[in-house]
Ligand binder design. Structure first.
Ligand code: 5AD
Ligand code: FES
Length: 345
């Protein structure tokens, strides 16, 4: 089946389910060799670094899995000012980063206008940099406004492409339909778009994963973020099991083979469930890392899940650490914009 995927053929839902259920019959070394072949073809042995700025831990939503959900009154809340965000970019720029990812909860303090001003200022000071926004479901008008101000990319994980599963992970005021509408809209506006999901989230099954893979094949996002679900102690899913490295690596490889030129991060969550999780992710086909650029004093407050790594390190330490880790597996980190091969803006 992986041979057919590699030829660009579309597998049926039943075939994807079968692939996932019977994955222990797939020779892993062969699978990763194939996914790396595609990775090398499109990107060489280069791993793109993105500077991640977690600029607000306020969120209006109440997703059951997330540590910064609205009803978690133990979560420490903070907002970075425009000046703090600009200094983080300045530090990042000195370290070589040419992509800044602005991620936050759905915090309406950052109105369309406020965030537009921040995007414009970053673009003005750092015209050679790409800006990625990751601030959730917002109005079409806001999405357009930020794009026109110079934002290049947008990350909005779909979380699960299965309607029933979506309802078990989210409160009733959120819908998969609207999430998907946002993703198609962002793509229409001209953003490089990232979708994705957690691996091993509660109630996930081979069927819901098959729906995820089919949805990704249809949407053809420029980026796909997947990482293991990790329970957060102050959420309704506190006692649920974390997703595994094994299934995450398998899915990274399948996604690389299915969408060969996609930008695919080895996530911090993967590095949290295993010490060498990110390196293993690269060797399974991932080609992006998103080290933290947030000021050190707020890092320990953006906690979506327990035991998150890199909350005590400085930005420069993470950069050096990653350069080393990536070199050791025979790859090199690169800090250029690293746009999707499918787009020229
Ligand atoms: N474990 C792993 N990933 C999580 N996210 C949110 N909560 C968790 C968790 N407990 C992911 C979601 C979200 C992204 C920013 O972080 O997929 O889209
Ligand atoms: Fe942050 Fe290694 S990447 S310490």
């Amino acid at each position: 089946m992986t041979e057919r995927l590699a030829k660009g053929e579309r597998l049926s839902k039943a075939e994807f389910i079968d692939l996932i259920v019977n994955r222990e019959k797939v020779d892993r070394e062969k699978l990763y060799a194939l996914s790396r072949q595609f990775q090398h073809e499109h990107f060489g042995k280069r791993v793109f670094l993105r500077g991640l700025i977690e600029f607000s831990s306020f969120c209006r939503n109440d997703c059951l899995y997330c540590g910064i959900r609205r009803s978690n009154c133990n979560a420490e809340r903070y907002r970075l000012t425009k000046e703090q965000i600009m200094s983080a970019c300045e530090l990042g720029h000195e370290l070589g980063y040419r992509t800044f990812v602005l991620q936050g909860g759905e915090d309406m303090h950052y109105t369309g206008e406020v965030l537009e001003d921040i995007v414009r200022s970053i673009k003005k000071s750092f015209p050679d940099c790409a800006i990625t926004l990751s601030v959730g479901e917002r109005s079409t008008e806001d999405y357009k406004r930020w794009f026109d101000a110079g934002a290049d990319r947008y990350l909005l994980r779909h979380e699960t492409a299965n309607e029933e599963h979506y309802k078990k992970l989210h409160p009733a005021d959120l819908s998969l339909k609207h999430r998907m509408e946002c993703l198609y809209e962002l793509k229409d506006i001209g953003y490089q778009v990232g979708a994705g999901f957690m691996v091993g989230s509660p109630f996930q099954t081979p069927e819901t994963l098959a729906d995820d893979l089919l949805f990704l094949k249809d949407l053809e996002p420029h980026m796909i973020g997947i990482g293991p679900f990790i329970p957060h102690h102050d959420t309704p899913f506190a006692n649920e099991k974390a997703g595994t490295v094994e299934l995450t690596l398998f899915l990274l490889a399948i996604i690389r083979i299915m969408l060969p030129d996609v930008l695919l991060p080895a996530t911090t969550a993967l590095g949290t469930v295993a010490a060498d999780g990110r390196e293993q992710g690269i060797l399974a086909g991932a080609n992006v890392l998103m080290p933290n650029l947030s000021p050190k004093d707020v890092r320990g407050k953006y906690l979506l899940y327990d035991n998150k790594i890199c909350t005590g390190e400085e930005a420069a330490e993470c950069k050096a650490c990653l350069d080393n880790r990536i070199k050791r597996i025979g790859y090199e980190t690169v800090t250029d914009r690293g746009d999707s091969p499918r787009i020229r803006k």
